[in-house]
Design a protein around this ligand. Structure first.
Ligand SMILES: [Zn+2]
Length: 910
């Protein structure tokens, strides 16, 4: 360990006590108790479409992008979603603009324009969102599950909507969509259905007055709430009680066992299903997962239900046990099912025990007490939704707390987990042959139907399971020291992270496998800590292994030792190795089939001389043996150089303990010069582009990233770049999405890659709607247009821009976690400038408007890349597109890179 690192650490350690008390960001959320369940049967997706349309101007503020524009200039952001029985709208903004933003926001519900000329364009945005959901396995499983519902039950509806459902088909049937839209708005967006939550620094009296003054104008149509009470019990066993085979998009073997319970919303104070989930989702010693792992059948388990309206609504609750299987587990899935049911029988036989309920209750309450202050917008969004679900005194805790113990209800639910009332989804690419059907409307899921054989059921009902009982020890979670600085140090949290930045490019893939091995083996021993509110993570990248442990003072050293032990002692035998290798291989594949990931990867393939992309790792992984693995691991452990960051309610002496523990494990002596320094290629000053086909040819989603590289940065220049980016956000969205409707996901990015500044515009579009060339030209036009916008910027606009960025920087740390993340970023980038934010805010010399207008030169686009999906291609060799004759097309990555110069290793320290 280098000495100057330690000094930096001290500095970082001291800064931990500085708490930023002023929360400048204010937020509001409005929740409506109507959603997609209320869609008229002949216009699927209408509720979602309306959610989009409402933001397109109001009588008082007719401009289409008024709220986005206003928030964009004042450090704010807005979003919305539509669920089965609820719709939510929310925003945040700097304190001094809150009142006005609240007024602009409220006008959407007082008098929305729902302009007819926005209709076609916004349908495009909805359709793009729909197209993006098509390759999602979760979405496919939901639609398949919905299709099992009885005729006419709203679970079977198509919620997102598309051009076909919102335009083409209604048009053919002579249905007036626009008229229906207005009627739906009038019926559903009415005051008696709305709940509002606001978070602000102004006094409660003043806030209440604001809200009353502004929102009292929201109309109330006095209609009763639409009820779905008569639709309880959505499924017929004939369709539901089957084994469904699915051919998924991702390379993953999944086994899902699903039960449909009556709605648990009325029982939220008792949470009977949490008891079931506590055991079935348990990962510690003696658990179902530990057993399945010991037989190499499964790698992960998830169980329970969420507050997502599809899983939990007024008609039913879905309870799921979801297992990620190995190849072996897939082959013997009947054995896996047998284990699940025998485990359930064991639970039933043991009976409901109060001590477990009490333990869960304590855990939830402790987590709540020490919960970090989260993002204000997320918080009001949650609270406004809770107001629809719980009585007023439970609005803050209703989702988490277990208020009342009801053993009979729990026993009844437990007894309901039977083999003859469940639905089974088995999903794997290896099942493709069995999946001969593709008839679910709106979604191209390939599936097949099999029977749950009576003899299996009989077997599953046997009760001779002898698995050890789950003994989740109750860890005492109470912190030893109570801080006088109430909130922030607040949660008496100790955050600690360390990384080992020593690189082996050739072994990167093997390190990935090591990461999988560690996580596989850590699951059981670390699980009690996770239950008690601790957390850890491990991560491998091109600089080495990083891990992080978070939690309360008392047991953190134990968890730290456990992870340390994993890094230095864990290994794997010849039996485990192939399982781990396969797991990593699947993870890699699932990363590269996402167009957005693929494009990012391609960018790094071009820019980073030592980059090993997921595709390259995927290609080589089958040839790796356990012998290679053991060798690299031994070498790795001999050559570790570590940075440790300890932040939290810790004395310097305690922090030293961690360092000493780690040092006791280090044996090799590492030269500082051998530490890997990341560097980047300079891109030539001409347009060049690189194009690659998607791995998943059924996925029409394509991504184009236009990357503009600039110079090595200093603090002042990075601030200028941020200002540019902030100014670009809104027009980028307005032009490329709202006006041109290129796609749903459109944004610009301020990039700082290994100390080199840059800017990117990313557009996700659908290949059947636009060619890459068209999208690219639009981006180029936009960049030119943006230069004009900069030229026309007034001094006032510039000042507000600076003000809003300064405000954003001052609010960066509303909780300790954020702060730690920033410090850790400094360590990873090897910059160690822990007071960067202050330096940026002070700006030396001060940033002037001319600075922002001048970097136009750098915005001449020197490099571009894109990805489309015209033909299947499994190589990283891009395909030439004849429409690009004027530009340099990168067809051979190696020869292209061989002509480039590298930037020096660069750290932004001043
Ligand atoms: Zn949407």
């Amino acid at each position: 360990m280098e000495t100057d690192d330690e000094e930096e650490e001290e500095e970082g350690g001291e800064k931990k006590v500085r708490i930023i008390e002023i929360i400048l960001i204010q937020a509001a959320a409005l929740c409506i108790s109507n959603g997609s369940f209320s869609d008229p049967p002949n216009i699927p997706g209408l509720a979602h479409f309306l959610e989009h349309m409402v933001f397109m101007g109001s009588k008082k503020y007719p401009q289409e992008n008024k709220l986005d524009d206003f928030l964009g200039k004042h450090g704010g952001y807005t979003n919305a979603w539509t669920d089965c029985e609820r719709t939510s709208f929310h925003f945040d903004v700097e304190q001094k603009y809150f009142h006005q933003a609240l007024d602009i926001f409220a006008q959407f519900f007082i008098h929305p324009l729902l302009r007819q000329d926005s209709v076609d364009r916004e349908i495009q945005a909805v359709d793009s969102e729909y197209q993006m959901s098509l390759p999602s396995d979760d979405e496919r499983a939901c639609m398949l599950y919905g299709s099992l519902a009885k005729e006419g039950h709203p679970m079977g509806k198509f919620f997102t909507g598309s051009i076909d459902s919102l335009k083409t088909i209604p048009q053919q049937n002579g249905i007036d969509v626009y008229g229906n839209l207005k009627e739906f708005e009038h019926k559903m967006y009415s005051a008696q259905f709305m709940t509002l939550a606001v978070q602000s620094k102004v006094s409660l009296d003043k806030l209440e007055k604001w809200v009353r003054d502004i929102f009292s104008e929201v109309p109330n149509n006095k209609l009763p709430k639409q009820s779905f009470d008569h639709l309880k019990d959505p499924f017929d066993m004939e369709k539901f009680g089957k084994l469904y085979y699915i051919d998924p998009v991702k390379d993953k073997h999944m086994l899902e066992i699903i039960w449909s319970f009556p709605s648990m919303l009325p029982h939220y104070r008792k949470k009977p299903l949490s008891y079931l989930d506590f055991f079935l989702g348990h990962e510690g010693e003696g658990s179902l997962l530990a057993y399945l792992k010991s037989r190499y059948f499964a790698t992960e388990v998830e169980s329970g239900h969420s507050y997502n309206g599809f899983e939990l609504n007024t008609t039913a609750t879905q309870f799921v046990v979801n297992l990620t299987l190995t190849d072996q587990g897939l082959d013997q899935f009947e054995e896996v099912l047998l284990a699940v049911f025998q485990y359930i029988h064991m639970l039933q036989a043991k009976g409901v025990q109060k001590r477990y309920f009490d333990e869960m209750k304590t855990i939830e309450e402790t987590k709540f007490r020490f919960k970090e202050k989260g993002d204000p917008m997320d918080y009001v969004e949650r609270v406004s939704e809770n107001m629809q679900l719980f009585v007023p005194e439970d609005v803050l805790t209703g989702r988490d707390f277990l208020y009342e113990y009801d053993p009979e209800l729990i026993a009844k639910c437990l007894a309901n987990l039977r083999a003859d009332n469940c639905c089974v989804f088995l999903s794997s690419k290896q099942l493709a042959e069995k999946c001969d059907r593709q008839d679910i409307k709106w979604i191209p899921v390939k599936y097949g139907v099999g029977d749950i054989k009576p003899e299996w059921r009989k077997k599953w009902q046997a009760t001779d399971f002898t698995m050890a009982e789950v003994e989740a020890e109750l860890t005492t979670k109470h912190p030893i020291v109570l801080s006088e600085n109430e909130h922030c140090t607040l949660y008496y949290k100790k955050d600690m992270k360390f990384k080992v930045p020593k690189v082996f490019f050739f072994s990167h893939t093997l390190l990935k496998i090591f990461e999988a091995v560690m996580n596989h083996k850590l699951d059981a021993p670390a699980y009690p800590a996770i239950l008690a509110g601790y957390d850890y993570s491990t991560r491998v990248d091109d600089t080495g292994i990083r891990f992080k442990v978070i939690g309360f003072n008392q047991k953190l050293p134990e968890l730290f030792d456990l992870l340390l032990n994993a890094v230095f002692e864990y290994s794997c035998d010849d039996e485990l190795f192939p399982f781990m290798r396969n797991k990593v291989k699947r993870d890699l594949f699932n990363a590269i089939i996402k167009p957005s990931e693929l494009v990012r990867m391609l960018r790094f393939s071009v820019l980073d001389p030592n980059n090993k992309s997921a595709a390259e790792m995927y290609a080589e992984i089958d040839s790796l043996t356990n012998q290679d693995f053991q060798q690299i691991l031994a070498e790795f452990r001999q050559n570790i150089k570590a940075d440790i960051l300890v932040v939290g309610n810790v004395t310097p002496k305690e922090a030293m303990w961690y360092k000493e523990r780690l040092e006791s494990k280090l044996n090799g002596k590492v030269e500082p010069s051998s530490v890997y320094k990341r560097r980047l290629y300079q891109i030539p000053k001409q347009w060049s582009f690189c194009q690659i086909n998607s791995f998943n040819m059924e996925d029409a989603n394509s991504v184009i990233t236009v990357y503009l590289q600039s110079d090595p940065g200093d603090i002042r220049a990075t601030v200028i770049n941020e200002l540019l980016d902030t100014r670009m956000q809104e027009p980028c969205f307005d032009v490329l999405r709202t006006q041109l409707q290129l796609g749903y996901s459109v944004y610009c990015q301020n990039l700082l890659t290994y100390g080199i500044m840059g800017m990117a515009i990313v557009v996700q579009f659908q290949a059947q709607k636009f060619s890459m060339h068209e999208v690219d030209n639009h981006i180029e036009d936009f960049l030119n247009k943006f230069k004009e916008i900069l030229d026309k910027m007034t001094t006032e606009e510039f000042d507000t821009l600076v003000e809003s960025l300064v405000a954003a920087k001052q609010t960066e740390d509303t909780h300790l976690g954020e702060e730690v993340k920033r410090y850790w970023g400094e360590c990873i980038e090897q910059n160690y400038v822990f007071d960067r934010l202050e330096k940026e805010v002070l700006g030396n010399p001060e940033v002037e408007q001319a600075d922002v207008s001048s970097p136009k030169e750098e915005m001449e686009p020197p490099h571009k890349r894109a990805n489309t999906d015209k033909e299947r291609c499994y190589r990283m060799i891009p395909v030439r597109d004849s429409s690009y004759q004027d530009h340099q097309c990168i067809t051979d990555m190696h020869s292209f890179k061989s002509k480039l110069t590298l930037f020096d290793h660069h750290c932004i320290t001043k």
